[in-house]
Design a protein around this ligand. Structure first.
Ligand code: GDD
Ligand code: MG
Length: 362
C-alpha cells in the first residue's frame, strides 16, 4: 500500500435525489441542491470543494427534478470535473442511490456525499484516514447540539464505529453522521440493487453486523445540513460572511452580497449576511437582516425581512414584516402584513394589504 491515496483515483458520488420537503415551497420549483446559496446553486459549493481536493470524476445520483442538474453542470468541465449522471425514475433511497451509480465508478475508492451539506472538512485527510486504517468504510462524523435530527454514530476508543442509530429520540452520544462517506468499491457491491434501500437504516447496520471495518473520522471544522429553512438561512449568511468556507466564492465576503442588476433604495439597511439576487429591488428604508432574496424579488419601502427566504419574483409590500419565514416564488405579500416564525407562503399566493397580522404585543 502506498503512503497516501491519490484523489485523482477516487470517484465522488453526490446524492441529490431527495424531494427537499422541509424546504417547501422553494423546492416545488427547484431541487434542494440547486437552490441559490450566496448567489450560486448550493451544489456548486460542494462540487468546487470536491474539485479543490483533487478529485476529477463525479457521479450525481438524481431523481427528483433530475433534468435541472445536467442543464446546469453539463459535463462538469466548467468546474474542472468530469460529471456523470445516473437517474432513478423511482427514488431508491440513499443506499439504492449509491448502489445505482456502481456501473459508472472508475476506481477502488468512492467518496459519497449527501448533496445538502455545507462543510469545511479536509477531504484529503478523510481519504488518508480511510486508507491508513484500511477501513471498509469511513464515516465523516461531527458533534452537534441536538443529535436527534441526524444519524447518531458512537465509536469506541479506537475510532471504530459501534452502532448507527438514524434519528433516534434517545441518542447515546452527540456524535453524528456528517453525510460524507468513503467506501471501498467492493462494499458498494453488497448493497441490494433492485429496490429502495436506506444507507443509514439498513446498509450501515448490516455492515456492522457482518463485522466489516467501519471507522469514524471526527472533525470540528464548519458543518451544517442545509435541509431546513433555519439552516438554509444560516448557512447562506455564513457563506456571505466568510464563516463557512467555499472555494467557489472568491473576493469580497462581508455583511451583505448584492448581485448584478439589483437596485438598493436610499436608506435601506442590509446586514447579517444578507444576499440580494440578480435584478431584485430593495425599497428605501427597508431593513434586511440575514435575508435571502432570490432573483427578481421586490422588497418595498420600509419592509423588514429577518432570517427569511424570499422566492424568485416574490413581492413584499411596504412596511411588511417577515421574520423566520419562507415566501414562495411569485407570492405577493401586501403592505403592513406580519408573517412570523415558521410562516410559509405557497408560490403565487397573494395576501392583501394588512391582510395578516400577529399579536406581537401581548
Ligand atoms: N439519489 C437519491 N435517491 N438521493 C436521495 C434519495 C433517493 O431516493 N433520498 C434522499 N436523497 C439525497 C438527498 O437529496 C440529500 O442530498 C441526501 O440524500 C440526504 O437526504 P436528506 O433528506 O437531506 O437526509 P437527512 O438530512 O434527513 O439525514 C441525512 O443527513 C444527515 C447529515 O446531514 C442522514 O444521512 C443522516 O444520517 C445524517 O446525519
Ligand atoms: Mg439533509
Amino acid at each position: 500500500m502506498s503512503d497516501s491515496i491519490n484523489p485523482a483515483e477516487v470517484d465522488a458520488v453526490v446524492l441529490v435525489g431527495g424531494q427537499g420537503t422541509r424546504l417547501r415551497p422553494l423546492t416545488l420549483s427547484a431541487p434542494k441542491p440547486m437552490l441559490p446559496t450566496a448567489g450560486l446553486p448550493f451544489l456548486t459549493h460542494l462540487l468546487s470543494r470536491i474539485a479543490a481536493a483533487g478529485i476529477q470524476h463525479v457521479v450525481l445520483g438524481t431523481s427528483y427534478k433530475a433534468e435541472v442538474f445536467e442543464a446546469e453542470f453539463g459535463d462538469g468541465s466548467k468546474l474542472g470535473l468530469q460529471i456523470d449522471y445516473v437517474f432513478e425514475d423511482e427514488p431508491r433511497g440513499t443506499g439504492g442511490g449509491i448502489a445505482n451509480v456502481a456501473s459508472k465508478l472508475r476506481y477502488d475508492t468512492a467518496l459519497v456525499f449527501n448533496g445538502d451539506v455545507l462543510s469545511g472538512a479536509d477531504l484529503g485527510a478523510l481519504l488518508n484516514s480511510h486508507h491508513d486504517r484500511d477501513a471498509d468504510v469511513t464515516l465523516h462524523l461531527v458533534r452537534v447540539g441536538d443529535p436527534r435530527a441526524f444519524g447518531c454514530v458512537p465509536t469506541d476508543s479506537n475510532g471504530v464505529v459501534t452502532a448507527f442509530l438514524e434519528k433516534t429520540q434517545d441518542p447515546p452520544t452527540d456524535q453524528i453522521n456528517a453525510g460524507c462517506y468513503v467506501f471501498k468499491r467492493e462494499v458498494i457491491d453488497r448493497i441490494p440493487k433492485d429496490r429502495a434501500v436506506s444507507v443509514e437504516r439498513e446498509v450501515f447496520p448490516a455492515l456492522l453486523a457482518d463485522g466489516l471495518k467501519v471507522c469514524g473520522y471526527v472533525d470540528a471544522t464548519y458543518w451544517r445540513d442545509m435541509g431546513t429553512p433555519d439552516d438554509f438561512v444560516r448557512g447562506s449568511a455564513d457563506l456571505v460572511r466568510g464563516i463557512a468556507p467555499s472555494p467557489a466564492l472568491k473576493g469580497h465576503r462581508g455583511e451583505e452580497l448584492v448581485h448584478d442588476g439589483a437596485a438598493i433604495g436610499p436608506g435601506a439597511l442590509l446586514i447579517g449576511g444578507t444576499v440580494v439576487g440578480r435584478g431584485a429591488e430593495i425599497g428605501p428604508g427597508a431593513r434586511l437582516d440575514g435575508a435571502v432574496i432570490f432573483d427578481g424579488a421586490h422588497i418595498e419601502a420600509g419592509a423588514v425581512v429577518e432570517r427569511s427566504i424570499i422566492g424568485f419574483g416574490a413581492r413584499i409590500g411596504p412596511r411588511a414584516l417577515i421574520r423566520d419565514g419562507v415566501i414562495g416564488d411569485g407570492a405577493d405579500i401586501g403592505a403592513r402584513c406580519e408573517l412570523l416564525r415558521g410562516a410559509r407562503v405557497w408560490p403565487g399566493v397573494r395576501i392583501p394589504d394588512g391582510g395578516i397580522r400577529y399579536s406581537t404585543d401581548v
